[in-house]
Design a protein around this ligand. Structure first.
Ligand SMILES: [Zn+2]
Length: 112
């Protein structure tokens, strides 16, 4: 049997047809539907304030990405602080310092 052509391996449009079955047409590059079902250039609602569902901008892709980035940054900062705690925990406790040791690590900081 012949190998299927790359064309036939393209993702398929799942739009429901008037028959009730999925369209199965090849999807437009970068889209989830075929050229007949919303994949065509210029089809779809405008982004941003021009979109009818736009309210405050809280749910724009940019705002969502910004919040995701902030959470990731916070996650990394916490992980770094935990690593610092682990390293500092290896140092001798204040009572066991030798003469002249400035010491000063009071134990893990209280963080949320
Ligand atoms: Zn389709």
């Amino acid at each position: 049997m012949r190998k299927p052509l790359p064309m036939h391996l393209a993702r398929r449009c799942l739009a429901r047809t008037r028959r009730g079955s999925p369209c199965q047409g090849p999807v437009v590059r970068g889209r989830k539907r075929c050229r007949m079902h919303g994949g065509a250039d210029g089809s779809g609602a405008p982004h941003g304030p021009r979109n009818g569902n736009y309210r405050t901008g809280f749910w724009t892709k940019e705002a969502i990405a910004e919040r995701r980035f902030a959470r990731e940054l916070l996650r990394e900062a916490r992980a770094t602080l935990n690593q610092v705690d682990e390293i500092l925990a290896l140092l001798p406790p204040p009572g066991l310092r030798s003469e002249g040791d400035p010491g000063g690590y009071p134990g893990p900081l209280q963080r949320r």
